[in-house]
Design a protein around this ligand. Structure first.
Ligand code: ATP
Length: 268
């Protein structure tokens, strides 16, 4: 029976969806309450065990994931082992989604947005900007009380409409797109959107974001043929990094499928 993700990958049992679990350390509130950690992990086998404090004789409940990250693991480790391949896939033309799910205070924002210090705990979203060579435009929206708002729009209070297009699928009308020329610019856009989120405390998390948010990177990349490259150069003439793509013999596609990278940072 294959157990680790490496073993499964060796025999070709690779799924397009990967599910990993992350356990955070006890917080001050939990320590003050004298709470006990009831979760343990066998990270080699990607297994997680939960014991019921009131029934110590019962065997713990056991779950297997594609990856298990315990309290001493960093976002950097998780990103390198799981998220990086997905971000690389986007630069090859595949769409990708990273979706953080968990109850309030479980660490979704910590994993997705992260903290700047220590550097190993920088979040998944800022990290992807470093790995994305062809990054072009970013958007950031929030779903709060079933209303969609543009975290980067000129009026962040305005409610936006959800629409469906026969080819593009579901989209948010009038959602603003922000061209980013460098990692630094992308980080500034992320920070701006982050500050505009609806926040408030919950009983379990004093910094709760109280909303669902979706950060999307829109890339236009990779095709062949010189004509398209010239067209692309005109189209993106304001992007200084485009020339380096052309110099590297990488071609930018102007028309056709635009790969997206989605980062969902809330669902409870
Ligand atoms: N792996 C971790 N290591 C250290 N601290 C963590 C970790 N994960 C979360 N925390 C801390 O736990 C607290 C709650 O985390 P966070 O705000 O990310 O939760 P959340 O799931 O986004 O909650 P909400 O749904 O309420 O917005 C924060 O103070 C965060 O810094």
């Amino acid at each position: 029976e294959p157990t680790s993700s490496q073993e499964r990958s060796d025999i070709g049992l690779v799924e397009s969806v990967k599910v990993v679990v992350r356990c955070r350390p006890l917080n001050e509130r939990e320590k003050d309450l004298g709470s006990r950690v009831v979760l343990s992990m066998d990270v080699q086998r990607c297994q997680c065990f939960i014991e019921k404090p009131s029934a110590v004789d019962e065997p713990p409940k056991q779950f297997t994931f594609d990856g298990t990250y315990f309290t001493d693991h960093t976002t950097e480790e998780m990103y390198n082992e799981i998220a990086y391949a997905l971000v690389e896939g986007v630069t090859e033309g595949y769409n990708g989604t990273i979706f953080a799910y968990g109850q309030t205070g479980s660490g979704k924002s910590f994993t997705m947005q992260g903290v700047s210090e220590p550097a190993s705990q920088r979040g998944v979203i800022p990290r992807c900007a470093e790995n994305t060579k062809f990054l072009v435009r970013a958007s950031y929206l929030e779903i709060y009380n079933e209303e969609v708002r543009d975290l980067l729009g000129s009026d962040t209070k305005q409610r936006l409409e959800l629409k469906e297009h026969p080819e593009r699928g579901v989209y948010v009308r009038d959602l603003s797109m922000h061209t980013v020329h460098s990692v630094g610019e992308c980080e500034r856009v992320i920070e701006q959107g982050w500050r505009n989120r609806a926040v408030g405390y919950t009983l379990m998390n004093k910094d709760s974001s109280r909303s669902h948010s979706i950060f999307t990177i829109h890339l236009e990349i990779c095709s062949t043929g010189e004509k398209r490259v010239r067209g692309a150069v005109r189209h993106f003439s304001n992007l200084t990094f485009l020339q380096s793509l052309v110099n590297d013999n990488l071609y930018v596609k102007v028309n056709g499928v635009v790969p997206h990278m989605y980062f969902f940072s809330k669902c409870q």
